[in-house]
Design a protein around this ligand. Structure first.
Ligand code: G3P
Ligand code: CA
Length: 251
């Protein structure tokens, strides 16, 4: 178990498996990767989504299939049947649909972070259809760097939690930092999802008192994971979900 300073008050953050847990499988954004994250203790699985040309949601990080699969081309120009012909380079696995992912985790206590990767206007409408078909609205959070897409998600699915991904760095004065965070985030989102390097403990403490929740990403440095955990951040997105096993879980 990690040693933390005496009297450190700890609340376990939600551990968010980034693209599942590529460290467990080599493959990102596959059902196997999602399962590896859950097996490692992740509370949340993060998946990136795109809309195929025939309006199915599929899980992939890049806007082309070139890096991760044996195919080439833009994923939003492909039909679902074409996507299903592909195999991942690392594990020879299928590219999953969002529906397949929901089915695999149906009835299990996993929160679904769904990153809206494209500004395609049909993407949010189809997300609503698929959440309803799976009966899993209450387990889903929409996150995105695309503020307008997040706004659309908030209008279409008003009860959904949302998170604005950003790379903003905190001002040195925590109160100024919090003012900046609220101004940047509130038009789009209910949480702040900063790149972890720009997040200071002072801003996070001050922000908590203004009702902000913090979900920094992507924490693949173990010392930073330790630091954020001990600061009491609300959630930590990581490729190494199993690191949380090294830390105390009770306050
Ligand atoms: O959770 C945030 C993180 O997923 C954003 O980065 O590029 O891995 O989608 P990226
Ligand atoms: Ca992502």
């Amino acid at each position: 178990m990690r040693q933390l300073p005496a009297n450190t008050l700890l609340r376990k953050p939600l551990v968010i498996g980034h693209r599942g847990m590529p460290q467990g499988t080599g493959d990102e954004n596959t059902l196997a990767s999602a399962q590896a994250a859950v097996d490692a203790g992740a509370d949340v699985v993060e998946n990136d989504i795109y809309l195929t040309s025939d309006k199915h949601l599929v899980i992939m990080h890049d806007d082309t299939v070139d890096r991760t699969t044996n195919g080439t081309g833009r994923i939003e120009s492909m039909t679902l049947a074409q996507v299903k012909q592909l195999r991942t380079k690392v594990g020879n696995r299928e590219v999953p649909t969002l529906q397949e992912y929901f089915s695999a985790f149906k009835g299990r206590p996993v929160t679904h972070f769904i990153e809206l990767k494209s500004s395609n206007a049909g993407l949010v409408a189809q997300l609503k259809n698929e959440l309803d078909a799976a009966g899993t609205r209450d387990q889903a959070v929409a996150i995105s760097f695309l503020g307008d897409q997040l706004k659309r998600a908030g209008q279409t699915l008003p009860e959904l939690s949302t998170g604005l991904l950003n790379s903003n760095a905190d001002a040195s004065d925590p109160q100024v930092a919090v003012r900046d965070i609220l101004a940047a985030v509130q038009p789009y989102s209910s949480t702040d999802n900063p790149a972890y390097g720009g997040l200071s403990q002072g801003a996070m403490e001050a922000g908590k008192h203004r009702g902000i929740t913090f979900w920094p990403w992507t924490v693949n440095d173990q010392a930073a994971f330790h630091r954020l955990y001990s600061w009491g951040t609300h959630g930590i997105t990581t490729d190494y979900a199993f690191w949380a096993r090294d830390f105390p879980v009770e306050i």
